[in-house]
Ligand binder design. Structure first.
Ligand code: HEM
Length: 202
């Protein structure tokens, strides 16, 4: 048995519910760190940023599932849905902290969404995640059929690019970490382009 096959046996042994529960506990843990004074002098901003970064990292993992399987033989496919739904949950938490704890004013929130390009782009990412989250279940897959379902889920690539651009723009100066995420996302999207083009042509 190869090392990749051994990893796959181990991955398949992890039940989906455990991924959901462990994944859902991370924002709870962040929240506790913030309320117990362990997130610095600006806990709301630190919490908002920690959740944004968690969402970005999870989206990158989702995007990497297929290339990882192709290049290393390691398959996280059995947990792709859970990872995608967790990414959506993290973006919801990130948005909720911004709206309910940071801005705290629907009028100002709307003004930020339309006037601040980095918020507009983050919001576009959130809105595009909604159809993905709504169709991440077996019923939707049966109803749409595999071809249409896959077409809807192509939005993942757009969402990851929007998330990474949002991350680059959030920083007031050029920083290396967001640019690394953007480069990673673009590289992962580029690996999928030939297949996407073939599918579009078909
Ligand atoms: C796909 C969706 C999104 C992703 C992946 C994402 C990701 C991120 C990341 C990685 C950061 C920076 C974290 C850090 O500096 O370590 C961030 C910051 C931020 N995001 Fe998002 N975000 C998304 C959607 C949104 C939405 C919908 C909003 C609000 C409408 C939003 C508002 C903010 C704000 C206010 C900050 C912090 C800015 C500051 O500190 O001044 N994001 N986000």
């Amino acid at each position: 048995m190869t090392a990749a096959q051994r990893v796959n046996v181990w991955v398949r042994k992890v039940p989906s519910w455990a991924v959901y529960i462990l994944g859902a506990m991370i924002p709870v843990w962040y929240f506790w760190l913030a309320v117990s004074g362990q997130m610095g002098v600006e806990p709301i901003n630190a919490l908002e940023r920690a959740l944004g970064l968690l969402a970005m990292q999870t989206l990158v993992v989702v995007l990497a599932v297929t290339p990882l399987r192709r290049w290393t033989g390691i398959s996280l496919v059995s947990h792709r849905r859970a990872l995608g739904l967790l990414a959506f949950f993290y973006v919801c938490c990130h948005l909720a902290v911004w709206l309910l704890l940071d801005v705290q004013d629907p009028g100002r929130a709307w003004a930020d969404i339309v006037k601040r390009p980095y918020i507009t782009i983050g919001m576009a990412g959130f809105v595009l995640l909604l159809p993905l989250a709504a169709t991440s279940n077996d019923r939707a897959l049966r109803k749409l059929g595999p071809v249409r379902w896959r077409r809807v889920h192509t939005l993942t690539y757009v969402i990851c690019v929007l998330g990474a651009v949002h991350y680059v723009m959030v920083q007031k100066v050029w920083e290396i970490e967001p640019l690394v995420y953007l480069a990673l996302v673009l590289a992962l999207v580029a690996t999928r382009l030939p297949r996407l083009r073939r599918r579009a042509a078909a």
